[in-house]
Write a protein that binds this ligand. Structure first.
Ligand code: 5GP
Ligand code: ZN
Length: 131
């Protein structure tokens, strides 16, 4: 059972911001900031890594357009567009989705902060990530 598939199938109601053949965008129920929107593919994939490229591109393209529309219409000062992949990254619904979070100021309800962390040898890290 997937709650977003149920929303796509209209088994669960939602506030639809945008819809086409492949993609659905709805208001996030939590509204962490006013206008917080989720963009998801109609086809079920668990996350960005497992989804096929075409599906990801359809979602990102929609997210780009909606981010511009939402910033314009809400008067937000900025926007975060992000996807969480895996529980460790904060994913709570295992159906690929992109958050569009309009930002009003630094003291609104969301904090995305890069904390100081241990210094890394970039050559070693580069080797690691390139495999
Ligand atoms: P995640 O934590 O997986 O990146 O984000 C899941 C998001 O889905 C959360 O922000 C949460 O508020 C939202 N959400 C969970 N259940 C529902 C629902 O039934 N309806 C809507 N509109 N949003 C939901
Ligand atoms: Zn699903």
């Amino acid at each position: 059972m997937c709650i977003f598939c149920d929303i796509i199938d209209r088994k669960i109601p939602s506030s639809v911001v945008y819809e086409d053949e492949n993609v659905l965008a709805i208001l996030d129920i939590s509204q962490v900031t006013k206008g917080h929107t989720l963009v998801m593919p109609k086809k079920h994939f668990r996350n960005i890594i497992e989804a096929d490229e075409e599906t990801v591109l359809q979602c990102v393209s929609t997210a780009k357009k909606l981010a511009a529309q939402i910033v314009k219409n809400t008067g937000a000062a900025g926007v975060n567009v992000l996807t969480n992949c895996g529980e460790a990254a904060g994913q709570s619904v295992d159906h690929l989705h992109f958050h569009i979070i309009p930002r009003y100021d630094e003291n609104d309800a969301i904090v995305l902060k890069f904390n100081e962390s241990e210094k890394q040898d970039l050559d070693e890290v580069l080797k690691l990530v390139k495999g």
